[in-house]
Design a protein around this ligand. Structure first.
Ligand code: AMP
Ligand code: ZN
Length: 289
């Protein structure tokens, strides 16, 4: 082992020292700058030198060798945006690409309601009315999920935190677990577009995949592509509740933008485009984190 390591080290150093070696030997390499000078002198030397002397403040990011982005792990990401911004759709793409678990508090609550658990019975009226579930219930559920082994490689939070108290709690949990938040993606869509979007939204009660009658229809009308379950309109996607959810977002969740921006964690993404275009932007933001 020791010999293998000893052999490897000088080999690894070869690259950075190669240029210096060439330069000190005075053979072909030094000819390069000289050749450039000749080329430069043909044109206006001053003009050429000026742009070259300006340092590039933001070097072009190199593509990661692993295009799936898995080399970025662990990756803890928050997805923020008004209801109907496309968080669920993007969450699915992000989790599939980076192979991290999707932590959607809304999905957890809906599963509890469907299973008829005490938690489900407690939160059902709140979800139906588009009101937030109390922090005392929500925060411990998220903390427990974060401690499961599969969350060690990172988590995509969708719909959490939903207010400043939850954001503070999450920060403390990350400190306690020795993890950090890598990026907060804000998907921006104006309210006027949201109401129109929500009326065409259909969801799979089995796997939570979200479809849209016009923008993202299932292959077979009314059935989930993945499991064939009959699609439903979520109870809180009806127009009367959507306005309430938008108000809750504006009052409770939008302040998270001012919370994360000064920390340098916020990336704004225009959510009015196709799901593929939105994902491309998110992917780019995550590569540059
Ligand atoms: P979502 O699927 O994220 O739109 O959430 C659906 C509903 O679940 C919300 O309207 C709230 O009633 C509840 N909910 C989801 N996430 C949270 C959270 N982090 N805090 C409180 N309530 C939540
Ligand atoms: Zn499904």
């Amino acid at each position: 082992m020791a010999t293998a390591k000893a052999k490897k080290k000088p080999a690894a150093k070869k690259k950075p020292t190669a240029r210096r070696l060439l330069r000190s030997k005075g053979s072909p390499k030094p000819a390069r700058p000289a050749a450039r000078k000749v080329a430069t002198s043909k044109k206006a030397a001053a003009k050429k030198r000026a742009p070259a002397s300006i340092p590039d403040p933001k070097p072009t990011p190199r593509p990661t060798p692993d295009m799936s982005g898995r080399s970025l792990l662990p990756l803890n990401i928050l997805l923020i945006g008004p209801p109907g911004a496309g968080k669920g759709t993007q969450a699915e793409k992000i989790c599939g690409t980076f192979n991290i678990p999707h932590l959607s508090t809304g999905n957890l609550f809906r599963a509890a309601i469907a299973a008829g658990t005490p938690l489900g019975r407690q939160v059902e009226p709140l979800l139906r009315e588009g009101k937030l579930v109390p922090d005392a219930i929500t925060i411990p559920i998220v903390d427990a999920r974060l401690e499961q082994p599969d969350a060690a490689k990172g988590v995509l939070f969708d719909g959490y935190p939903r207010n400043l108290a939850q954001a503070d709690a999450l920060e403390k949990t990350f400190v306690r677990l020795g993890r950090k938040l890598n990026r907060v993606i804000l998907i921006e869509v104006p309210d006027s577009a949201i109401v129109a979007r929500m009326s065409g939204r259909r969801s799979c009660p089995t796997c939570n995949t979200v479809y849209h009658l016009v923008a993202n229809p299932p292959k077979e009308m009314g059935r989930c592509d993945k499991d064939g379950t009959e699609l439903v309109t979520r109870k809180d996607d009806v127009p009367e509740t959507v306005q309430g959810r938008l108000n809750t977002y504006a009052d409770q969740t939008a302040p998270l933008i001012a919370y994360y921006q000064p920390k340098g964690l916020l990336s704004r993404v225009d959510g009015k485009r196709t799901p593929e275009q939105v994902f491309e932007s998110i992917h780019g933001e995550l590569q540059q984190r």
